[in-house]
Design a protein around this ligand. Structure first.
Ligand code: GRF
Length: 195
């Protein structure tokens, strides 16, 4: 399988995914694409020798379709057949999602269906949750929903702040996403549950 990884920020999930696709892994990264030309993840991708592209979403304003057409044009030369959203912070329209139905994954820093949307760690702390975690799911039209492909759990510890909790979750994201991708790229949608 030919994987395009879409990111908006530092790209630590992209690094984990790219490093996992070696040997007999059924997938290879073919493009790292960002909506922010200055995303740190683009530098990391170049350091890994991966093809990169950036489509700044800002000039498109509210023209989501125009932005997505530019994304698709940037992707086309690399002929991806699987998209991994990895810290990609733009909402995709049903048109784009529909075109990639069954071939697009996302990682979200909560135990979905708990806490779709933003500020998941602060919300888990505010609710006094004893545990938290991350979820990989297939992307569907409904934001942060879609068939669950894997989850990893972390304890919430006394004195945790959103930042300390986020760091603990991120460490599990880097284990979960590669495990899910390896299984999913081989055609197996059995959910991954990390110990
Ligand atoms: C992190 O908050 C992570 O939980 C979420 O996207 C953010 C950036 O991750 N998936 P990354 O380092 O850019 O992969």
């Amino acid at each position: 399988r030919r994987v395009a990884i879409l990111l908006s920020g530092g790209g630590s999930n992209m690094v984990a995914l790219a490093r996992s696709m070696t040997g007999d892994h059924p997938a290879r990264p073919v493009l790292v694409l960002s909506n922010d030309p200055n995303a740190g993840g683009l530098t990391k991708a170049r350091d890994l020798g991966l093809p990169t592209a950036a489509i700044d979403h800002r000039p498109f304003g509210r023209d989501r379709t125009g932005f997505e057409e530019a994304l698709l044009a940037a992707m086309a030369p690399h002929a991806p057949d699987l998209v991994c959203l990895a810290g990609f912070m733009r909402i995709l329209t049903p048109r784009f999602v529909g075109a990639w139905a069954g071939r697009m994954l996302n990682i979200h820093p909560s135990l979905l269906p708990l806490y779709p949307g933003l500020h998941t760690h602060a919300r888990a702390l505010a609710n006094g949750d004893a545990e938290h975690g991350c979820t990989v799911h297939e992307v569907t039209e409904e934001l942060d929903h879609g068939p669950l492909l894997g989850q990893a759990r972390v304890p919430v510890l006394p004195g945790d702040t959103p930042d300390t909790l986020a760091a603990r979750v991120l460490g599990q994201e880097h284990r979960l996403y590669p495990a899910v991708l390896r299984r999913y790229a081989a055609g197996d949608r059995t959910p991954v549950r990390l110990p």
